[in-house]
Ligand binder design. Structure first.
Ligand code: ADP
Ligand code: VHF
Length: 365
């Protein structure tokens, strides 16, 4: 039987006490209660992405707040083990082994690590273990931080080819405006396509502990639906919310997956990888790449930007300056510059590999 894969993300706001902002063991218990029936059902495989480390650490350290990045990192270092210990004890009563997985953005950007993470998760799921993922806050300096766990959860869902991503938060879905600011705002039940009219609905963060508010959730939903994954934003406080959602009950806001979506490799290219260079290409090459699904060949390249080796991720820029695709380049920047400078060589360059093979290329436009 093909099991459905579900990534459930629980935000800081749903794991903490609203007045103190500290981790609430009662709320953690509530999340475990909602997960229990799904875990028991052989139709599903679950990965939990849980925030809460900073809140747990602040509680243990007696800190009223953690504002600077080093403070948050220190609080998280103290709190992550407390958080996992709490989950461990809760899941023990359900006879379920848990595993801790801590990731940074750069783990996702590196294709080998990305594949390794997938192998580990697959093995854990196969062994009936519940993986509990969080950002590795202590090593995640600004450039490699997710910051919010919504994008992390979307990338995990892409990585393991999940069918559902459920973002549990302190509000029962996406509203036409932030209901904390505009009390008569209306909940949106279903979103067919995420465009600027949807992105504009997101207001700020509601609680003192949340990060990103609806902005990061809509961004995460966008990544996931492009990859064929259905996304729901729902209230963590709703009784039996997960099973009810999986049975099709209309709770929260459902974002429909796109029908013609990227495969996992292309999704990783677009959302997971970071490009380190740009190839400026001519109109003919842009047309070949965009409309005929062709590879990028040497004669189409006009200029190279960035220092990179073969195997790096680059963006392809068309003559109008638009990034039309992202792909894995087969030559280093130095080699490409050499070929461009010695254009007369072009005629003799048949037989060289494509600069970016079509299988290693994902269109952005
Ligand atoms: N259009 C909107 N609809 C619903 N909630 C919104 C909207 N804009 C902003 N918000 C705020 O987003 C908050 C949830 O985000 P956040 O605090 O980051 O949660 P989490 O900790 O679960 O990631 C809500 O409490 C709400 O105040
Ligand atoms: N990694 C941090 C969570 C960051 C965060 O607050 O994210 P979110 O729950 O999306 O608002 C922690 O465990 O405290």
């Amino acid at each position: 039987m093909q099991r459905l894969r579900i990534v459930v993300k629980v935000g800081s706001s749903s794991l903490t006490d609203p007045t103190t902002g500290l981790l609430s063991s009662q709320k953690v218990h509530g999340i475990v209660e909602r997960l229990a029936p799904v875990l028991k059902d052989p139709a599903y495989e679950v990965i939990l992405v849980s925030s809460g480390a900073i809140a747990a650490g602040r509680g243990r350290l007696g800190w009223r707040s953690a504002r600077t990045v080093p403070e948050k990192q220190a609080a998280s270092a103290v709190g992550q083990s407390l958080l996992i210990d709490l989950y461990q004890r809760e899941f023990m009563s359900l006879n379920r082994v848990v595993a801790q997985i801590l990731l940074t953005r750069s783990d996702m950007e590196n294709r080998r690590r990305f594949v390794n993470i997938r192998n580990t998760l697959e093995t854990l799921l196969e062994a009936g273990v519940l993986p509990i993922v969080n950002e590795n806050d202590t090593v995640a300096v600004n450039e490699i931080r997710f910051g919010d766990n919504d994008s992390l959860a979307a990338l995990v869902a892409i990585l393991i080819c999940a069918q559902h991503l459920i973002l549990l938060t302190d509000i029962d879905g996406l509203y036409t405006e932030d209901p904390r600011v505009v009390p008569d705002a209306k909940r949106i039940e279903e979103v067919e396509k995420i465009d600027s009219s949807i992105r504009e609905l997101a207001g700020g963060v509601g609680s003192s502990v949340g990060t990103g508010g609806m902005h990061t959730k809509i961004r995460a939903a966008e990544m996931a639906i492009h990859s064929g994954i259905e996304v729901v934003i729902a209230a963590a406080s709703e009784p039996n919310v997960l099973m009810r959602l999986l049975r099709g009950e209309r709770l929260g806001t459902r974002f429909l997956p796109e029908k013609s979506h990227w495969n996992a490799r292309k999704s990783w290219l677009v959302h997971g990888s970071r490009s380190v260079g740009r190839l400026y290409i001519d109109a003919g090459a842009a047309r070949a790449v965009r409309t005929t699904g062709g590879s990028l060949l040497l004669p189409g390249i006009e200029r190279v930007e960035g220092r990179f080796d073969e195997g790096a991720i680059v963006e392809l820029i068309d003559p109008e300056g638009r990034a039309i695709a992202k792909g894995i380049v087969s030559f280093s920047a130095r080699d490409l510059e050499y070929f461009i400078k010695n254009k007369s060589l072009k005629g003799q360059l048949h037989g060289l590999p494509e600069v970016v093979h079509r299988n290693d290329l994902a269109l952005l436009l």
